[in-house]
Ligand binder design. Structure first.
Ligand SMILES: *[C@@H]1O[C@H](CO)[C@@H](O)[C@H](O)[C@H]1NC(C)=O
Ligand SMILES: *[C@@H]1O[C@H](CO)[C@@H](O)[C@H](O)[C@H]1NC(C)=O
Ligand SMILES: *[C@@H]1O[C@H](CO)[C@@H](O)[C@H](O)[C@H]1NC(C)=O
Ligand SMILES: *[C@@H]1O[C@H](CO)[C@@H](O)[C@H](O)[C@H]1NC(C)=O
Ligand SMILES: *[C@@H]1O[C@H](CO)[C@@H](O)[C@H](O)[C@H]1NC(C)=O
Ligand SMILES: *[C@@H]1O[C@H](CO)[C@@H](O)[C@H](O)[C@H]1NC(C)=O
Ligand SMILES: *[C@@H]1O[C@H](CO)[C@@H](O)[C@H](O)[C@H]1NC(C)=O
Ligand SMILES: *[C@@H]1O[C@H](CO)[C@@H](O)[C@H](O)[C@H]1NC(C)=O
Ligand SMILES: *[C@@H]1O[C@H](CO)[C@@H](O)[C@H](O)[C@H]1NC(C)=O
Ligand SMILES: *[C@@H]1O[C@H](CO)[C@@H](O)[C@H](O)[C@H]1NC(C)=O
Ligand SMILES: *[C@@H]1O[C@H](CO)[C@@H](O)[C@H](O)[C@H]1NC(C)=O
Ligand SMILES: *[C@@H]1O[C@H](CO)[C@@H](O)[C@H](O)[C@H]1NC(C)=O
Length: 569
């Protein structure tokens, strides 16, 4: 594994820092990286909080110690604390002193996490000065600043217990052999700075990483020679990209080949490192994903990670999993799937469309009723995974099997007579969520089935000239009539050509010509936005375009749950 000796300057001496080593009065229970990693599972990220730029609170989240109680009570054992230091340096070269108030704030948050027994990772997260890729950056200066930063973090936190671990730098870009060699040097400097700072830092668990904190550690990471720290490897995983980030209309996930792709990624890193503990430091399936597909993804990711003995830390940007202000799980089923998955307990799941060539998408996470239609029996399919369905309850108590629903293997047919408590065939019925049913199984997570009455949403703008949008984003208030979520957006020129990514013509019917969330459009619970760049793309094409906005359940671009916004040139 160690195939190259990394040499580095005696930086502490150069910078005049390595004189006084921190002395601790307590004691330190040494633990191996393997034990640390085992005990930290499952873990969670306090995202967009201490890592916000320029400082905590800038992205809407302030660390509140009660969050750590929520995590412990909820079954989490690991915490990754992403921390940005870039805007907290109070001097430049050569000392690069960090604001003492900020170091103290970090220490207070760390203390609160450790007191509650959370296995905690501290890192350096968004560091604009740390750039190994762009020409013009001076490696010597980066090395000095990096050493100084970790020396100061080491000095501030060096006497903390062995529950505290360090990660040198979040997702560092490094592409060329020279840049990758520099990243290896940086990781050796990190180890040196920790050793020089004293305290218990030479015995503390660290997570080393490869370029971009990606999977391709093999051949790229050189473990620093003379490392005394117990170490694990850390990598991040957001794959498949299109599903995780709502790109190209990909709302379907869960086929055998989808699962095999995750398995083979995790197998590859594990098979290369049979003897190094592995930390999956960030993963998430965006809450915008179709719900049953997201549950399946989360379950499979946790299960595959467990199979390959990998500890997971879910990313949470503020309320992806935990609603920090309400102290509730944003999606309690997702939470239960994670905790049971980490423990190896089989979860039952809501089935949903898995065929990428399907023309519509169904999902057993919901019971749909289109307003103005007859209320009928509704069959949902579940993936029991060896469990038995024990009960279904709703707002009026436990449902009566045989009367309210019929079980046939993995199929549950909800009787029209039961659904008529919530839905009617009246055309004037109000849309939206009518009730939430909870399904309990003999083992593992419970599931929800939300009863949703839906109709075609109403968009405030359906025809507009590009000229009147000018240089603004096109902001469109939406009166949702069901789920307050945009599923996908297709952009087609009137001559039939797709406005973006013409290669998507080779994808399935629900993905052809679909644009990408964040790059071309956005939505929230009361509106959507077509970004100016997308409007300008229409101007560029010189022909009118239809943006087909699709909602759940997805019934195709010509179906009753899609609305066209025509942009004229
Ligand atoms: C590793 O330790 C040995 C023995 O102390 C020393 O000779 C060598 O220079 C060290 N290597 C590095 C890269 O620090
Ligand atoms: C998982 O890895 C840890 C070290 O990270 C090791 O102690 C443990 O035995 C492994 N478990 C299995 C089932 O391989
Ligand atoms: C932290 O959370 C508690 C409990 O919800 C709340 O009472 C308190 O105001 C919060 N503190 C901060 C600083 O947000
Ligand atoms: C350190 O940070 C605190 C809190 O943001 C600020 O009030 C103080 O001015 C900073 N100190 C220096 C030297 O910049
Ligand atoms: C890089 O930074 C170091 C330390 O500040 C300095 O001595 C050196 O001249 C710089 N190199 C270049 C090419 O600017
Ligand atoms: C191990 O890593 C190498 C790259 O160094 C890669 O080519 C190989 O496929 C990996 N092996 C396994 C079993 O994953
Ligand atoms: C979190 O909880 C607060 C208070 O109950 C609520 O206003 C907010 O909408 C919730 N956020 C999410 C994303 O559910
Ligand atoms: C379960 O439901 C699915 C979809 O409605 C159907 O294809 C399948 O035949 C049903 N199975 C049974 C045993 O009824
Ligand atoms: C709606 O349901 C009521 C009661 O079940 C029935 O009498 C009526 O004919 C239905 N109307 C339509 C339009 O289906
Ligand atoms: C664009 O959308 C409008 C409104 O749905 C529709 O009438 C028109 O036929 C569409 N244009 C094309 C070329 O399909
Ligand atoms: C449609 O218009 C665009 C933009 O003018 C052009 O690039 C494309 O080739 C046209 N497609 C067809 C089928 O004519
Ligand atoms: C929207 O426009 C597309 C062409 O851009 C068309 O195929 C589709 O039928 C239209 N859908 C609706 C609901 O009008």
């Amino acid at each position: 594994m160690v195939d190259k000796v990394v040499s580095f300057l005696a930086l502490g001496v150069v910078l005049g820092l390595a004189q006084a080593k921190l002395q601790c009065s307590g004691s330190f229970e040494k633990i191996s990286a393997g034990e640390w990693v085992n005990r930290a599972n499952p873990g969670w990220n306090l995202g967009n909080t201490l890592d916000a730029l320029p400082t905590e609170g800038s992205w809407g989240n302030v660390a509140n110690f009660s969050t750590f109680d929520d995590l412990i009570h909820g079954g989490f054992r690991g915490l990754r604390l992403p921390i940005s230091w870039a805007d907290h340096f109070v001097t430049g070269a050569p000392t690069y002193e960090v604001n003492a108030t900020w170091l103290q704030r970090v220490e207070d948050v760390v203390d609160a996490a450790l007191e509650r027994g959370l296995y905690t990772i501290v890192n350096a997260h968004h560091e604009s000065w740390f750039d190994l890729v762009d020409a013009g950056y001076n490696y010597t200066e980066i090395e000095q600043q990096f050493y100084s930063l970790w020396y100061q973090i080491g000095t501030q936190l060096g006497c903390k217990s062995s529950l505290l671990a360090f990660e040198p730098i979040n997702e560092p870009s490094a592409n060329t052999a020279e840049q990758i060699a520099e990243l290896n040097k940086i990781e050796a400097i990190f180890i040196q700075a920790l050793a020089d700072s004293g305290g218990y830092n030479a015995d503390r668990v660290v997570t080393l990483l490869g370029p971009g904190e990606g999977l391709d550690i093999p051949g790229n990471l050189v473990v620093p020679v003379n490392i005394t720290n117990p170490y694990a490897f850390q990598f991040h995983y957001y794959s498949p990209y299109d599903f995780i980030f709502q790109a190209w209309g990909k709302t379907i996930w869960g086929s055998d080949s989808d699962k095999a792709a995750v398995d083979s990624d995790l197998a590859e890193i594990r098979n290369n490192y049979t003897d190094v503990p592995l930390v999956l430091g960030e993963w998430d399936a965006n809450p915008s994903c179709e719900r049953a597909a997201r549950w399946k993804y989360i379950d499979h990711l946790m299960r595959s990670a467990r199979q390959y003995n990998i500890t997971t830390f879910m990313w949470d940007a503020g309320s992806d999993l935990l609603n920090r202000t309400a102290h509730t799980w944003t999606d309690p089923v997702a939470h239960a799937i994670i905790i049971n998955g980490a423990a190896g307990t089989n979860n039952s799941l809501a089935d949903s469309t898995e065929d990428g060539d399907a023309v519509t998408q169904w999902s057993s996470a919901y019971i749909w009723h289109r307003i103005g239609t007859q209320v009928t029996d509704n069959t949902n399919t579940y993936l029991l995974n060896g469990n038995l369905l024990e009960s279904i309850s709703g707002p009026h108590g436990v449902l009566v099997p045989g009367r309210d629903y019929i079980i046939d293997g993995a199929n549950v047919t909800y009787k029209a007579s039961f659904l008529e408590n919530y839905f009617s065939n009246s055309t004037t019925d109000s849309p939206g969520e009518k009730a939430v049913l909870t399904l309990k199984f003999s083992h593992g997570a419970f599931l929800y089935a939300n009863l949703i009455a839906w109709d075609t949403p109403v968009l405030a703008t359906t025809n507009i000239s590009a000229a009147s949008v000018a240089s603004n984003d096109l902001y469109i208030p939406i009166s949702y009539k069901g789920l307050s979520q945009v599923a996908a957006v297709q952009a087609t020129l009137v001559n039939g050509t797709y406005l973006f990514d013409s290669w998507t013509q080779w994808l399935g019917p629900l993905q052809k010509g679909r644009a990408t969330s964040g790059s071309q459009w956005n939505y929230d619970t009361s509106s959507m936005t077509i970004l100016n760049s997308a409007v300008q793309a229409v101007v560029q094409a010189g022909v009118d375009a239809n943006f087909t906005v699709e909602f759940f359940p997805r019934l195709g671009n010509a179906g009753p749950n899609a609305v066209n916004v025509t942009i004229t040139v």
